[in-house]
Design a protein around this ligand. Structure first.
Ligand code: ATP
Length: 250
C-alpha cells in the first residue's frame, strides 16, 4: 500500500547506538553507562526491564530528546524519520481526530511526506474514519491512543519509538491494540523500539525481546520465533533466577 516507506536498506542497520552515556544533572550515578544496541530495518525490539533501569532515558536518547555525555546514535539513512508515541496521547482536546493526526505531518520538517490524502488513508487504517470529525476529548482511552499512533504515522516514519503506549488502558483494549499494532507494523514495514512493562505485550509484538538490566545496558535477549520464549523465562530474569544473564550484545 502507498503509505509504506520501506526505503531503508535491509543490509544496513536502521539504528545503531554505541557507547551511550548519560548522567542527569545532580544525579549520583549515570542513567546510561555505555549502552550498545543495533536495530535492523523492519524489526520490532521490545524492551523490558525493571522500573528505573533507564529504558525511557534510552528511548529519549534515541529520539534526540536527551543530550548525551558520550556515545553515538546513528541511523541507517540520512533521511530516516523517527516518530515517538508516549503513554499519554498528548492530543489537542478541542481539535478533531482528523486535525490531531494532520498536525503530525504539518509542523515538522517532513512536510514532503505529508499530504491530506495520506491522513484520510490513515484514518481508514486506524479504524477512525467514522470519528474523523469528533473532538478527541470525546474519545475513549483506546481511541485516543490510536489517534496518537496516527499522528506519529502521519510523518511516514521509518522508525517508531513507543514508550509504554498502552499501559494506561484496560486489559481487553490493550490486547486489541497490541494485535492492531502488530498488523500495522507489518503492513507498513516499520522498525520499532518498544518500551513496555507488559511481558505478554513484548511476546506479542517483539521480534526480539531485550531485557534492559540497568545503566550498563542489556542483560539478556530472547528471539521468540527462533528460540521460543515464555513469560516464565522472562519473569525468571526479572527475579534474578535465570542463569543465562550477563552483558548481552543486542
Ligand atoms: N529528568 C530526569 N532527571 C533526573 N533523573 C532522571 C530523569 N529521568 C529519569 N531519571 C533517573 O534516571 C534513571 C532511569 O530512569 P528511566 O525513567 O529512564 O527508567 P525506566 O526504566 O524507563 O523506568 P520506568 O520503567 O519506571 O519508566 C532513574 O534513576 C531515574 O530516577
Amino acid at each position: 500500500m502507498g503509505t509504506a516507506p520501506a526505503r531503508l536498506s535491509p543490509d544496513r542497520p536502521a539504528l545503531r547506538v554505541r557507547g551511550v552515556h548519560k548522567t542527569y544533572p545532580g544525579a549520583a550515578a549515570p542513567a546510561l553507562d555505555g549502552v550498545d544496541l543495533t536495530l535492523h530495518p523492519g524489526e520490532t525490539l521490545a524492551v523490558l526491564g525493571p522500573s528505573g533501569s533507564g529504558k525511557s532515558t534510552l528511548l529519549r536518547a534515541i529520539a534526540g530528546l536527551e543530550p548525551l555525555d558520550r556515545g553515538t546514535v546513528e541511523f541507517g539513512d540520512p533521511d530516516e524519520r523517527l516518530a515517538v508515541v508516549f503513554q499519554d496521547p498528548g492530543l489537542f482536546p478541542w481539535l478533531s481526530v482528523r486535525a490531531n493526526i494532520a498536525l503530525g505531518g504539518r509542523y515538522r520538517r517532513n512536510r514532503d511526506r505529508f499530504d491530506e490524502a495520506h491522513v484520510d488513508e490513515l484514518l481508514g487504517i486506524l479504524g477512525l474514519a467514522e470519528l474523523a470529525r469528533t473532538p478527541v476529548q470525546e474519545l475513549s482511552g483506546g481511541q485516543a491512543q490510536r489517534v496518537s499512533v496516527g499522528r506519529a504515522l502521519a510523518v511516514r516514519p521509518d522508525v517508531l519509538l513507543l514508550d509504554e503506549p498502552f499501559s494506561a488502558l484496560d486489559p481487553a483494549t490493550r490486547q486489541d491494540l497490541q494485535q492492531w499494532l502488530r498488523g500495522l507494523v507489518r503492513e507498513l514495514s516499520l522498525t520499532v523500539f518498544l518500551v513496555t512493562h507488559d511481558v505478554e505485550e513484548a511476546l506479542v509484538l517483539g521480534d526480539r525481546i531485550g531485557f534492559f538490566g540497568g545503566p550498563a545496558g542489556f542483560t539478556r535477549q530472547w528471539v521468540p520465533a527462533r528460540d521460543g520464549a515464555t513469560a516464565e523465562q522472562i519473569l525468571a530474569h526479572y527475579r534474578g533466577t535465570d542463569a543465562a544473564g550477563g552483558a548481552w550484545e543486542i
